[in-house]
Design a protein. Sequence first.
Length: 228
Amino acid sequence: MNYVMSDIHGMYDKYMKMLELIGFSDDDDLFVIGDVVDRGEHPAEILLDMMRRPNVFPIIGNHELMALSVLDVMFSGEKGEASVPVEAMLGDWLMNGGAFTLESIARLSEAQRLDVIDYLSEFVNYETLDIGEKSFILVHSGFEHFRPDRSLSDYRVEELVWYRTNPAVRYFEDENIFVVSGHTPTLTMSGKTEIIHGNGNILIDCGACFPEGRLACLCLDTMEEFYV
């Protein structure tokens, strides 16, 4: 089976309970569409678990993008030129829950830290998946400056991790194309911590890191929804 989840945000216990709930096995594939890190206390533990599983496929979110801008300098020793001073990037990241990730990664051994940072740098911008007659585009937030004739590979990462998908808008005319995204908690749109379906959009961030929120997971083969 093919599963997708999003915005785990350091909630290791919910992540592990979800894997147990869906009966995740070596025969399944799991796509994690961004924001594994920040806001929750154990993002490094989640990343270490994901790294050990060859059938888990990570997609970058805005929180990974923010984290990498700082971690590369702090722990990898990369001193490449940046358009924004690292102090400013650090401030923005910490304001968005980065302190939890920084503390979690700092607890690791030096070798583990470097492995985790390398793993984060390998997150892809999006994934596409065909199941039967349905085609799924898996992306963290959606498509800023969207055009139906624009190739997915033409989008910059910033256009894929900050935009907020509008479930009232159909982005692709083909009714067999579905965009699966996270980023925007469904509670802010529907008032419910449930996956939203609409006009070819599937929004699965159900606010796992918030007291009233839940971690959601969707089986793309059966469209069955799971919540922890």
